[in-house]
Design a protein around this ligand. Structure first.
Ligand SMILES: Cc1cc2nc3c(=O)[nH]c(=O)nc-3n(C[C@H](O)[C@H](O)[C@H](O)COP(=O)(O)OP(=O)(O)OC[C@H]3O[C@@H](n4cnc5c(N)ncnc54)[C@H](O)[C@@H]3O)c2cc1C
Length: 405
């Protein structure tokens, strides 16, 4: 057996010995060695000071915002630059078309809209050389990054309730492109209802409540979701929420196709939306969510605040497990993936399973007694303090605002 004497005197063999610690410290900036002195008398390294210098020295900072921006400092003047955008994939001569009809309510693609563009992409790629064409009623959404090779701009239709006009647009697009498949979200008046109108008008079978879309097969829920039906993909396919994956990777070109929006006089006059109780809106469709976590004890104030804000209520799994909120309000990997315009997390630490449920949310506000939770790091606005105190302060502000109005 060979035993190595680790305390052998330096240079005993005549070879120069390495001192990895000293080498590491040479590479570290002297001003980063500000972490005090350790028990052995060595100066300690302060990673925070080093991180601060990384930004000042022009090296890239980690971007946790997910918005693709990099803070770069050039000399003393710090500038903000967009990270290099990947080149869009261009299909000049498509072998065939897949038409996707996202809802894009308020000009914003919902998570289900992203999913149906993903389902359309799957069908296009399965057939080799297919292109996805998105019919964009919103007219304001960037659909290329979501997987659309072409976009038909039908924004002149507007957000009003115009089912016949929308149906005429879809039928005109079918006549123009002769797509292999048309994919709708199976939800709401502009998704599920529109798909059924087109199916009736064209006398075509429609695969409804699709749970899975592949090139050779779609799986639908039937019989009150008790049974599944497998079939080859028909022309018209309506996909349920959370039943396909959004497109990942390089964006698509999103080239605009010339299109004349058909004029249909239906005699319908839209008198505007009727206010609905935010509590009755499914989480996946909610525009504004106030979510409670384990840090919430004052439930009366929480419910009062959600009513005052007009927000739908969400919750972490811990809260649902404890029975403080119904299970259908759980946000996260094993709950609902949400995509509201604004998500206010009260007393939620931000476990990975919870953060997976808010990946695409534009604006996150975190209220927590701690400043360094993962949710605070994910948030665009962090509020540090007791949940009950802050919720009551918010309520007072809202009341004062209403009185002043
Ligand atoms: C397979 C699996 C799937 C899961 N799926 C999900 C899921 O879908 N969704 C989900 O949410 N979780 C899910 N979880 C659970 C997840 O891991 C966490 O346990 C959970 O999200 C924690 O919930 P929380 O943030 O409310 O609680 P905690 O982690 O306990 O956080 C409570 C937060 O409240 C703060 N706080 C305490 N007191 C106050 C106060 N007075 N005022 C303000 N803040 C305060 C604390 O500082 C803390 O940050 C899953 C776990 C597993 C294993």
């Amino acid at each position: 057996m060979t035993v190595r004497n680790r305390r052998r005197a330096p240079h005993a063999t005549g070879t120069k010995r390495r001192n990895p610690r000293a080498e590491r410290d040479i590479n570290r900036s002297p001003s980063a060695m500000t972490g005090g002195t350790g028990p052995t008398g060595r100066r300690r390294y302060d990673p925070r000071a080093a991180r601060g210098q990384m930004a000042d020295s022009g090296r890239r900072r980690l971007d946790r915002s997910g918005r693709g921006q990099t803070v770069v400092s050039m000399g003393s003047a710090a500038t903000t630059q967009s990270a290099a955008e990947p080149r869009p994939i261009v299909i000049d001569q498509p072998a065939f078309y897949i038409l996707a009809v996202p809802d894009c309510a308020d000009g914003r693609p919902s998570s289900q809209d992203r999913d149906i563009l993903g389902a359309a992409r799957t069908l296009a790629d399965a057939g080799n050389g297919g292109a996805v064409v998105a019919l964009d009623f919103g007219g304001r959404a960037a659909l290329g990054p979501l997987g659309a090779d072409r976009v038909i701009d039908t924004s002149s239709v507007g957000d009003d309730y115009t089912p016949e006009t929308r149906m005429a647009c879809v039928i005109a697009a079918i006549d123009l492109l002769a797509p292999a498949h048309v994919v709708f979200p199976d939800a709401g008046i502009n998704g599920g209802d529109l798909a059924r109108r087109v199916a009736a008008e064209r006398n075509q079978p429609l695969a409804t409540h699709c749970q899975r879309v592949a090139g050779d097969q779609v799986i639908s829920r039937v019989d009150g979701t008790k049974s599944e039906v497998y079939c080859t993909p028909p022309l018209l396919i309506a996909v349920d929420a959370e039943s396909a994956e959004p497109v990942a990777g390089a964006p698509r070109e999103g080239r605009i196709i010339e299109f004349e929006t058909p004029e249909v006089d239906t005699g319908i006059r839209d008198l505007g939306p009727v206010p609905v109780d935010p509590a009755s809106i499914p989480l996946a469709e909610a525009d504004f969510i106030l979510a409670a976590g384990n840090g919430v004890r004052d439930w009366e104030t929480f419910h009062e605040l959600s009513r005052a804000l007009g927000a739908s209520e969400g919750a972490s799994r811990v809260v649902c497990d404890a029975g403080d909120m119904p299970r259908d309000r759980q946000v996260g990997a094993s709950g609902t993936i949400v995509n509201p315009r604004c998500y206010v997390a009260v007393g939620i630490s931000g476990a990975p399973q919870h953060l997976q449920g808010i990946t695409d949310v534009e604006n996150v506000v975190a209220i927590d007694v701690k400043a360094n939770t993962p949710m605070q790091k994910r948030a665009d606005l962090g509020v540090v303090g007791d949940a009950s105190t802050i919720m009551k302060a918010l309520l007072r502000r809202l009341e004062a605002k209403h009185e002043a109005a």
